[in-house]
Write a protein that binds this ligand. Sequence first.
Ligand SMILES: [Zn+2]
Length: 140
Amino acid sequence: MHKCKSIVFKCMDFRLTKETIRFLEENKLLGDCDIVSLAGSSKSLTDGKDEIKNMLLKQIKTSSELHSSTEVILIHHSDCGAYKTSYCFSSPEDEKKTQLEDMNKVESLIKENFPKIEVKKIWAEMEDKEGKKVNFSIID
Ligand SMILES: [Zn+2]
């Protein structure tokens, strides 16, 4: 039996990969989490079709059954291409607000389906367009 603490939903965007790994390492999660990497992170749990939603929920179920993971960590980021193709944001604040609302919806959906699993939400603010520096903050 192999165990890990968490399952992480992150955006597939390559610009964030290095900094996301740094964040996971600093928080002692690297090597202790399953990672789901998708365009827009958990976005498809709010706007996706049922089969996509079910496929994503199944990743959480599999992680918790196979690896006894007990928390889901949602990492969303600024300047996200997946969000920009779906929305027309008036400002970076507008984009952040929309994504935080989505993360709250996803949190509710996960809690409905997996009452024992904790959900943590992380906002990754890119300081530059290349992702050289990204600031991660916990959202309450
Ligand atoms: Zn993205």
